[in-house]
Ligand binder design. Structure first.
Ligand SMILES: [Zn+2]
Length: 274
């Protein structure tokens, strides 16, 4: 009997079933169910691996060596590597500039206040470059973007490693639609990582697909890219227009009475007029 094939990466060993499961969740087997995918082997498996390698700038050998294994296991967004389009070709964007959000995210390594600050900074990084105005609301019932955290398959996540987060896209939505976002509680988070990953998922929630490496909207997490880059900015401007007037204060600006005003997640100290 043949040994169960495994692949090796720097820190992990992935069984073939896990490779198939991840490639399936990233859209490499079209409409096939996971049960169907688990039976795939031979030429069809090689073709999917080759497509993954080509998309990721790896040598398209069709077999999983250490580099491909490492890439499959790298921290990334859970959305597929392929563009998502609305049925009927409706634009994938919100019809209005005021986009409300509410989050119940708990990330190991960060306090809830730090997560809230990271979320505000992440959203303001988009608002600074295009004409969207984020509005923090006090209940999920009023939110266009409802962000939560969780673990495991029932939340569309995996265990530690691999998927960090995912977001729904606003393809063909009306003003009263709510999209879901999910962040992985099984990971170790830093503040910068939270800003980068939340900003990436907000890019999806505003309608952006995955973009090439070097952009914030690349599918893999890069600790050096925490805000929208040239390619991201060009794409978001196509959807919402370039920011032409100063970005307004977030409607609920988190006013604190102790003399510090938080605007878009950044603290400003109030100085009395002389
Ligand atoms: Zn993504």
């Amino acid at each position: 009997m043949a040994r169960k094939p495994t692949i090796h990466s720097d820190a992990h060993v992935l069984p073939i079933s896990e490779i198939l499961r991840r490639l399936h969740s990233l859209g490499y087997f079209g409409d096939k169910t996971l049960a169907q995918v688990k039976k795939i082997k031979g030429a069809e498996l090689q073709k999917a691996i080759r497509t993954f390698q080509e998309f990721n700038g790896l040598n398209p050998t069709g077999t999983v060596g250490p580099k491909t294994a490492h890439r499959i296991n790298r921290h990334r967004c859970g959305l597929p590597d392929f563009n998502i389009t609305a049925p009927g070709g409706d634009p994938c964007k919100w019809p209005m500039p005021n986009i409300s959000y509410y989050h119940e995210i708990h990330l190991p390594g960060l306090t809830n206040a730090q997560v809230a600050e990271a979320y505000d900074i992440a959203f303001s990084q988009w608002a600074e470059v295009c004409m969207v105005d984020p509005v923090r609301v006090d209940t999920h019932k009023k939110a266009n973007i409802y962000a939560r955290s969780g673990v495991g398959k029932k939340n569309g996540l995996d265990n530690k490693g691999g998927t960090l987060a995912w977001s729904e896209l606003p393809c063909g939505v009306a003003e009263n639609v709510q999209l879901d976002q999910m962040f992985d509680e099984a990971e170790d988070w830093s503040f910068n990582m939270a800003v980068a990953v939340i900003c990436h998922e907000l890019g999806h929630a505003l309608g952006l697909p995955h973009l090439n490496a070097g952009n914030l909207m690349a599918p893999y997490y890069d600790p050096n890219v925490t805000k929208p880059q040239e390619g991201d900015i060009a794409e978001i401007i196509k959807l919402y227009g370039k920011r032409t007037k100063p970005y307004p204060i977030t409607k609920d600006a988190g006013l604190q009475i102790n003399g510090t005003l938080v605007i878009n997640g950044r603290p400003y100290v109030l100085v009395p007029k002389t």
